[in-house]
Design a protein around this ligand. Structure first.
Ligand SMILES: [Zn+2]
Ligand SMILES: [Zn+2]
Length: 333
């Protein structure tokens, strides 16, 4: 019976219904005007959308188990590993860097705006490095392995990725003076939006969100980020506000004539959890073993994916530049 109890708790936890059930049990609805009360109703939104997405796919006969299998298995694996390391890492960074905060902020709307811009910057740093340092790409590539987009892709991460992302993001925010209660509010908004931008074409075909496409990072932008088309590679690293992509020139709109192809550029078995989880690590290991000299071995670990000791680089930048060049030549003809 214990198994059923654990399973029940896991399902309630995944659906985000714990807060609402507790509320109904107690019958005390006064908490509805508080942040926690409202949050109780926001948590189940993404799981609800995911269920609608799956039902629609089934109704329209577009449901394919392989679209969900690997992200689901990765989610299950992470559920037990990543969460606890992450919580410990965030608490550790708050304790360590709190005394070095450069400004003291309070819980007001303008400091929230400041905090969010700092958070986005910190997120940009983590995400940019995840794509540009080969060792970190080994961790992040699990999230990019799925060859379609749906809300479950949001849960597909290598178990060590959340802890290191949180160390970078928390450290920068705390040093920049974002206070812990505000940081948790920002993390909550970020978590919700970060899930929403993975909404699939099944449920939202055009995900530009109209006028919001200008200031927000929309699901359309994030679809571009997940694409392996040369034009789209290594762009749109932000999460909610697209300001830092514009500042650092990594901003790319979805083009109507360039259809998104999801996934990573390496040949891989899209239905293999093993390949999605460890494929890039194995490739890196092979390159390191093959590389002549200690310097080249180290460079393979820290240079961007596609870097080669022979000089024949196939990095995202090289591929994208070649594509742009080709387009320019084509247009000038
Ligand atoms: Zn990414
Ligand atoms: Zn994503």
């Amino acid at each position: 019976m214990k198994v059923f109890e654990i399973l029940y708790q896991e399902i309630i936890g995944f659906l985000g219904l714990g807060g609402i059930i507790e509320l109904v049990k107690k019958g005390d609805y006064s908490t509805l005007s508080t942040f926690d009360g409202i949050a109780n109703f926001i948590y189940p939104l993404i799981p609800l959308l995911l269920i609608i997405e799956i039902i629609r796919a089934v109704v329209y006969k577009r449901f394919r188990i392989e679209d969900y299998k690997v992200p689901f298995l990765v989610f299950v694996l992470n559920r037990f590993l990543s969460r606890f390391i992450s919580i410990a890492a965030v608490s550790f960074c708050i304790g360590l860097f709190g005394k070095w905060a450069i400004v003291k902020t309070s819980f007001t709307w303008y400091w929230l705006l400041y905090g969010y811009i700092v958070w986005e910057f910190a997120h940009f740093v983590y995400h940019f490095l995840a794509h540009k340092v080969r060792l970190l790409w080994c961790l992040h590539s699990t999230h990019h392995a799925p060859q379609q987009m749906n809300l479950f892709v949001n849960f597909a991460h290598f178990f060590l990725e959340a802890p290191y992302a949180d160390v970078i993001r928390t450290s920068i925010c705390i040093i920049m003076g974002v206070n812990p209660p505000m940081l948790f509010l920002i993390m909550f908004i970020d978590g919700f939006w970060g899930s929403f931008i993975h909404i699939g074409e099944n449920i939202m075909k055009d995900a530009r969100l109209g006028i919001f496409n200008k200031i927000l990072l929309t699901p359309s932008h994030h679809r571009v980020h997940h694409a392996r088309n040369p034009l789209y590679m290594d762009t749109n690293f932000c999460n909610l506000l697209n300001i830092w992509d514009k500042v650092f020139k990594t901003y790319q709109q979805e083009q109507r004539d360039v259809k998104i192809e999801y996934g990573i550029t390496r040949e891989m078995n899209p239905n293999s959890l093993w390949d999605a989880y460890f494929g890039e690590i194995i490739c890196l290991w092979k390159d390191v073993v093959k590389a002549p000299g200690i310097k080249n071995k180290l460079l393979y670990i820290i240079m961007p994916p596609g870097w080669s000791h022979t000089g024949a680089h196939k990095t995202a930048r090289v591929t994208r530049d070649a594509y742009m060049h080709e387009q320019q030549n084509h247009n000038s003809l």
